[in-house]
Design a protein around this ligand. Sequence first.
Ligand code: SF4
Length: 428
Amino acid sequence: MNVADSDRLSRSLENLGYSRAAGAEDADVIILNTCVVRQSAEDKALGRLNSLRPLKQAKPELVINLMGCLVGVQGNQVMQKRFPWVDVFSGPSDPQPLLEFLGEAADCEQAKAWREQIDQVLDEEFGVLSPTQGPRVSENLPIVLGCSHACAYCVIPHRRGRERSRDAEKILHEATAMTERGAREVVLLGQIVDRYGLDLPRSPLLPELLAQLAQIPALKRIRFLTSHPNWMTDALLKEVARQEKVMPHIEVPIQAGDDNVLLAMRRGYTNAQYRELVGRIRELIPGVSIGTDIIVGFPGESEQAFMKTYDLLQDLKLDVAHLARYSPRPNTYSARFLEDDIPAVEKMRRFRALEDLQEQIVGELNKAFLGQNVPVLFEGKSKKRWYGRTPTNRLAFVDSQEDLLGQLRTVRVNWTGPWSLIGELVPA
Ligand code: SF4
C-alpha cells in the first residue's frame, strides 16, 4: 500500500513539473513515506528521518515531508515538536498537505495556476499517467483503504482510518490507464480486500469487480491481496477459478494456530475453520497457491500454543508464509492490556523454527515444477537475467537476449530452489 501511495505522490509531483533527484543531497523536496506495522519498521523510519536533519540545516529551503503511518490519522502536533526539521506532515494515502504546502510557497503569479493544477491532481487518484515514469509491468492498485476490523495487535486501523472501498468506475479507469502506460498486471490492494464493496451501497463486490477488470483487453493478469478468512466466499473463489486472467494465488493470513491466541488476537476464526477454508480454496481453484501471515510470540503464546502454529504449517504445506515477531504497537488493544511476556530470544527461536520449516516445504513444493512448462509474465532484469512471475506467484528467471519486458512467455523449468525457479524460454 505504501508503494502505491508513493507512486501516486511522485506522479502528482511529476505532473506539477518536478523531476526525480539523483539522491537526497540533490533534492529540493524529500518525502519520507513510513511504515510502523512493526517496531523494526518504525525504528528504520526514525533512523532515516534523523539522518535528514543535517541536510535541512545545510539547506534551509529544502522541503521535508514526513508521510504515512508514522504520522497517522491523529494529526501532527506531537510530531512537529519532536521533529522540528520536518516542514509537512501527512497521513497515509494523503498527498494533499504536501501539494498545498508547495502551492502556498509558489510566488503570487504562479500560485493561481499552481492551485488549479493541485486541484486537478487531487481529483485524480491512483494510476494516472506520469510524464517521466517508465512502464511498470505489474502495478499496485488500492481498492479498499483503511480497515475497521481492529485485530488486537494491529496499528493499521489507528493509522489508515476506517475501511473505505473505492469507486468501481474509478478503479476500472485507473486500471485501463495503467495498461496504456505498459502495465500487464494489476495487483488489487486492501487490508481486507475480500470485503471490497461491502461498505458501499450498490457497489459491485470483489467477484464482479474482477469480472469487469478482466474485460480490459491489454490486461493479462489480475491479483488481489490481502484477504481475511471470514470474508472469503465461494462466489469469490469460483470467480477466481472462472476468470483466466485472475491468477490462482490467494493471500489469506492465519496469524496463529492456537485458538486461544486467535481469540486474544480478535481474529474471529479458529484453527479448524482456517483448515476448512484452505481445503475449500484448494477444491474450488485447482492448482492454487496459498500464502499466509504468521505472528510469533503474541502475549501469552505458550510453547504448546506455538506448536499448534508449527503443526498447522507442517500439515497445510502452504506456498508462502510471511513471518513476523510480535511487537506492541501504540494504542492497540494488546499494547494497552496484554503483557509482552515472550522474551525476544524466544520469539526469534520460534521465528527461525517456522522459517526453516517453510523453507523445506516450499523447496519440496517447487520441485514439482522441474521439467514443467509454465507461463511467466516478465517484469524486468536483475543481474543480466530476465525475471517474472508464474501464475502461482513464483519468481522465475531466464537468460535471454530478447527484450522480454511485459511479455507473457512459456518457460521450461530446469532448476528449482525454495525462493525461485530457473528455466529457458520455450520457442513460441
Ligand atoms: S484485518 Fe488486517 S489490517 Fe485490519 S486490523 Fe486485522 S491485521 Fe490489521
